[in-house]
Design a protein around this ligand. Structure first.
Ligand code: NAP
Length: 251
């Protein structure tokens, strides 16, 4: 079984790996042997340095996911840098919170662009490349609000609901062609995205009380699930939304 989880020689593209869940996933894939392309908007080398210390290659391809021209060039640039792309992790995401009646059109467009349209375009580009070699793994990062409505997050819930459906739609098309498309569903994870919730003592307590494991998740919790979905160990797993939520959805 060790071989089934081994990613030596594979190339994984990870969006939003500068911190949080994406950094945890990138480090997990690198620890399993994958070379990593970090698709990120900044020149920050913090994650790149951590990955290189694990003994694999790591290149940064700069890409602002709000800029769709840059998004369309991203996978070709990654292929140019590494020769191939075997794994795509669409992790980057943004959050905007507001009651629906006050939610601005700009916030709606920003969230839908980063959390859905860029995901679709990267899946499409990577899919074209993976179809040529009849092999590939795509992991999208969905959310509890792929199933639930959330509170004050209408754009985010709409985008993440669609990410779940996009995952299944692409799996239906590509599963017979050697490509696995699946999603990870994070529960409540202690990252910058949740600063507002963590700092709100009432919401923070309410959330914690509802998590069966009794703790918030952390980026380390995503290493194993990501390696599983990126590796041969999951070859017959298609269109699945894998909750990594401390039991939240089952409660
Ligand atoms: P985070 O700590 O806020 O990190 C977000 C990442 O996305 C950062 O690397 C950020 O890069 C990148 N990003 C944002 N906008 C970008 C853009 N326009 N172009 C390129 N990169 C961009 O968030 P997180 O909690 O780790 O979330 C990661 C994923 O998990 C997201 O899809 C999120 O929706 C999902 N998720 C999180 C939770 C949770 O509880 N935390 C729950 C469910 C789902 P910069 O460093 O450049 O800002």
């Amino acid at each position: 079984m060790k071989h089934a989880f081994n990613l030596t020689g594979k190339v994984a593209v990870v969006t939003g790996g500068t911190r949080g869940i994406g950094q945890g996933i990138a480090l997990g894939l690198a620890d399993a042997g994958a070379n990593i392309v970090l698709l990120q908007r900044s020149t920050d080398t913090n994650t790149q340095e951590k990955i290189k210390r694990l003994g694999v290659r790591c290149e940064i391809v700069q890409c602002d996911l709000e800029n769709l021209d840059e998004v369309k060039q991203a996978i070709p640039k990654a292929i140019e840098a590494m020769g191939s792309v075997d794994i795509l992790v669409n992790n980057a995401g943004i959050q905007r919170r507001s009651p629906a009646v006050d939610f601005s059109e700009q916030d709606w467009d920003d969230v839908l662009t980063v959390n859905l349209k860029s995901v679709w375009l990267l899946c499409q580009q990577a899919g074209r490349h993976m179809l040529e070699k009849n092999s590939g793994k795509i992991i999208n990062i969905a959310s509890l609000v792929s199933f639930q409505g959330g509170v004050y997050v209408p754009a985010y819930a709409s985008a993440k609901g669609a990410v779940g459906q996009l995952t299944k739609a692409l799996a239906n098309e590509w599963s017979s062609k050697g490509i696995n498309v699946n999603a990870i569903v994070p529960g409540y994870i202690a990252t910058e995205m949740n600063t507002a919730l963590i700092e709100d003592p009432v919401r923070s307590r309410q959330i914690l009380e509802r998590i069966p494991t009794g703790r918030w998740g952390n980026p380390e919790d995503f290493k194993g699930p990501a390696v599983f979905l990126a590796s041969d160990a999951s070859n017959y797993v298609h269109g699945h939304l894998l909750a990594v939520d401390g039991g939240w959805l089952g409660r």
